[in-house]
Design a protein around this ligand. Sequence first.
Ligand code: FOL
Length: 221
Amino acid sequence: MRSFSIVVAADLANGIGFEGKLPWRLKKDMAFFARITSKIVHSTTCSTRVNACIMGRVTWESIPARFRPLSSRFNVIVTRNPHYLDNKPEKNNPLVALASSFEDALDLVESLQGQSPVEPGSSPSSSVADIQVERIFLIGGAQLYNQGILSKDCSNIFMTRIQAIVKCDTFFPNIDPSQYRLLPRYESHTFLENYLQEPVEAGIITEGEYSYEYTVYHRDS
Ligand code: FOL
């Protein structure tokens, strides 16, 4: 069950970033990102049951400090520096962990999946051992997307497609159509509402100068 989904916002040229930040500010898409990565759909919701967000160190640093770690999610930061969190405020946060590779990150979150819930009435989670992981998301950046998209464990790519070409210096890899199928508009929407078990805005969304759409690529093979 180490299957995971990629979540990304990209423009028509697959651009995803510029100078260490998102090239756009899309309030509703960011709310959608928070919703899809946070929502617990299966079984009993309890304080220790969360989805996991795996991200590269650069992506972690791109998240505004006030939103870091991503709330109510298990944040796994991939970095080769095992001391990365030393002297950082997240050091002792049970919802933040380090992994030295994407594979190690998957191994870690997989080991926290499908465990039996802790006793009712027990105190809130204070160690990684108490965390139960439900869904696994890879949230960037380019270096990890390049690895993740090649993995047979990547089942879905939830891509917010921005209908423009924006100045970017970081890009999402090309999606091999022999591995993933872009669901037609109606199917993408149905898939997302079924996945989230709640309504999702359909069709093209306009926010400020940008139009965009929530799309789904699904791995069939
Ligand atoms: N996927 C989509 N669809 N849109 C994105 O902007 C996006 N961004 C990343 C990965 N996948 C994405 C990586 N970058 C936050 C900031 C940057 C970021 C990811 C998340 C962030 O601050 N998230 C807060 C929401 C804060 C708010 O409501 O404005 C969170 O709680 O998720």
